[in-house]
Write a protein that binds this ligand. Structure first.
Ligand code: G3P
Ligand code: MG
Length: 247
């Protein structure tokens, strides 16, 4: 848990390309990220699609809830025109499409979006999909829904699990120990992370991942705690800020 943090492109290099598109994930790797974070939801025909919001309006040319569409319907939309005309051909990708484009050894943090739209069986679907990629990629599944992580664990116990939360938990380590599955990492909104939380987590064998960090002062503060990973919209800049060599 010492050394430089992993740099993960949050929704890809989402400062420079439309979030959660193949263009953003490819750009994150071009910017020398160690990997990416992405958000998954389930379509009506049971496909894992990569998109953040539960509705389509903000980041696509479509309308309405993601979970009421088939993958074919999502694929007909632009997921890049809202960002810039240059990206108008970008689509809502399937999880498998993103995993296929990443280089061997890349870290992928798959965040399951469950609630307030609830996706029956999404944990099992993610675990089954990731099983096929475990020899190529370094995989971590996270969620704000701590129950869906149990579903992932039941289907594929070897997958690393990350607890996402935005609250000031009274005792995070005690909470982790109360869960019916092993936790690999705490994924915290960066403003919640203190030296003491990092120390307690590390002493308990937990990694600490921070999101979403784009500012130099915050990168420096977190790096001083020995933070294990930083999710950023600006992988190239944050890699430099955190002391990595950038070619
Ligand atoms: O996984 C970290 C972070 O992405 C969680 O929040 O809303 O950006 O998906 P959000
Ligand atoms: Mg996310």
């Amino acid at each position: 848990m010492k050394g430089k943090p992993l740099i993960l492109g949050h929704r890809g290099a989402s400062h420079d390309a439309p979030e959660n598109t193949c263009a953003a994930f490819s750009m994150a790797m071009e910017q020398q990220a160690d990997g990416v974070e992405l958000d998954v939801q389930l379509t009506t025909d049971g496909r894992l699609c990569v998109i953040h919001d539960h509705t389509l309006e903000r980041t696509t040319s479509g309308f309405g809830p993601v979970g009421e569409k088939t993958m074919a319907e999502l694929s007909a939309l632009s997921a890049g025109a809202w960002f810039s005309p240059e990206f108008s051909e970008q689509k809502v990708p399937e999880l498998a499409d993103v995993l296929a484009l990443l280089p061997e050894g890349a870290t992928v943090n798959v965040e399951i979006k469950n609630g307030p739209a609830w996706y029956e069986g999404i944990g099992t679907a993610v675990a089954e999909q990731l099983c096929m990629w475990k020899n190529k990629l370094s995989l971590i599944v996270s969620s704000f829904d701590h129950q869906v992580l149990e579903e992932v664990h039941r289907r594929e116990p070897a997958l690393y699990l990350g607890l996402l939360y935005e609250a000031r938990l009274y005792d995070p380590v005690a909470y982790v120990r109360s869960l019916p599955y092993p936790v690999y990492s705490l994924h915290l909104w960066h403003g919640l992370i203190t030296a003491e939380i990092a120390r307690q987590a590390h002493a308990a064998g937990l990694r600490v991942f921070a999101y979403t960090v784009d500012e130099p002062e915050e990168v420096a503060r977190l790096t001083a705690f020995g933070i294990d990973a930083i999710m950023t919209n600006k992988p190239r800049e944050v890699r430099q800020m955190s002391g990595h060599r950038v070619s």
